[in-house]
Design a protein around this ligand. Structure first.
Ligand SMILES: NC(=O)c1ccc[n+]([C@@H]2O[C@H](COP(=O)([O-])OP(=O)(O)OC[C@H]3O[C@@H](n4cnc5c(N)ncnc54)[C@H](O)[C@@H]3O)[C@@H](O)[C@H]2O)c1
Length: 330
């Protein structure tokens, strides 16, 4: 069944990343809304939409919509997300789910009250390397022992400002969710922080997981976005999986030494497995995971089995974000 989607927030992320992946599925973008008329008009032209709004309340009142997509920002996600749920519509919401843990809880309450799913845009769960890692961990690791992750960004958005709100809400929130997705629920976080100058910050966060695993998470605003920004390692007993920049996967196991063995070779089941994508394939491949996330979202909207991240996961991530926030310079 074709789902009629009302889309609110036609900025860079929606127009470049989300909508091109969404329309690969059986949907119709039935109405769009942005307070900036030229952005709404642009997206309407690209996706053949005739119903164009500048006020989200008018879009929500439009008849015939099956679900709502939002890519706006923290405060509007709370306000418009709640209004959409109150209207009885399922919602996809980019991160962050509101501006605080409290906001996320209010969204969770609205979703429960409406009996409709609220999916949060944690696409890193579906980024190709992380997806492979999760399958291997579930299959081979038993209970993981350790997590190490580095998720950096530049001071671009925060330069000269000691207010790290956007850094937390738009960047760090992803890694309040991903470690839990790979290792299990987080039990504790203890951040250490160095600030070179206002806007330039580095965090090392000691983590504990409910299953006993330990971890370290590095985040900050002191690296260029022109370099690879992400690295993840999950460690088990005589095995570890590493994901470099989401597209380079290495799975190390327990091979014998090679140097003194004249017949040394590579052994199935023991030596390292590696994977990298073929970037020359003429296909709209989904390395970052937006398509997989949106596909699961549509299954959630249709009431089918799915693995979409829900507002409960969003609220948990926002709770840990508060712990990180309290460690930052005022
Ligand atoms: N998961 C990811 O990889 C990822 C990447 C980028 C952005 N995002 C998230 O997506 C959201 C949007 O980011 P962006 O980069 O597209 O920002 P953007 O500023 O380019 O787009 C936001 C759009 O929302 C519109 N808008 C603002 N208030 C509105 C309102 N009340 N009603 C209707 N429209 C309104 C703005 O005019 C703008 O066009 C943010 O929450 C951001 O964190 C996620």
């Amino acid at each position: 069944m074709t789902l009629n989607i009302g889309w609110i927030g036609c900025g860079r992320h929606a127009s470049q990343m989300l909508l091109p992946q969404l329309v690969r599925e059986d949907v119709r973008i039935a109405a769009v809304c942005d307070i900036n008329p030229s952005r709404a008009a642009d997206v309407a032209r690209q996706y053949g939409v005739s119903e164009i709004f500048s006020d989200a309340r008018d879009l929500l009142a439009h008849p015939g919509l099956d679900a709502i997509g939002l890519a706006i920002g923290p405060a509007a996600h709370l306000e418009i997300g709640r209004a959409a749920l109150q209207r009885g519509l399922p919602v996809f919401m980019e991160k962050p789910p509101g501006a605080s843990h409290e906001d996320a809880l209010r969204l969770q309450e609205a979703s429960e009250k409406a009996g409709k799913p609220l999916v949060v845009g944690f696409m890193k769960r579906f980024s190709v390397g992380n997806k492979i890692a999760r399958t291997v961990i579930d299959r081979d690791f038993g209970s993981p022992l350790g997590f190490y992750g580095s998720y950096m960004t530049a001071p671009t958005y925060f330069k000269g400002s000691a207010d790290y709100t956007d850094f937390l809400l738009h960047h760090c929130v992803h890694y309040m969710d991903l470690p839990a997705h790979l290792v299990g629920p987080i039990a504790a976080m203890e951040p250490r922080v160095i600030e070179k100058e206002p806007g330039k910050i580095l965090l090392h966060i000691a983590m504990e997981f409910e299953n006993g695993a330990i971890g370290t998470l590095i985040m900050g605003t002191v690296q260029s976005r022109g370099t690879p920004m992400e690295f993840v390692q999950v460690m088990g007993d005589h095995r570890r999986i590493e994901i470099d920049n989401i597209i380079g996967v290495s799975y190390h196991r327990d091979p014998p030494f090679k140097s003194d063995n004249p017949e040394a070779s590579l052994i199935d089941g023991e030596d390292t497995l590696t994977w990298r994508p073929n970037f020359t394939a003429a296909a709209n491949e989904d390395f970052k995971g937006y398509h997989a996330l949106l596909k699961e979202t549509l299954s959630a909207f249709r009431g089918e089995r799915n693995s979409a991240p829900l507002i409960e996961d969003g609220a948990t991530a926002m709770r840990w974000l508060e712990t990180v926030r309290t460690s930052l310079p005022a």
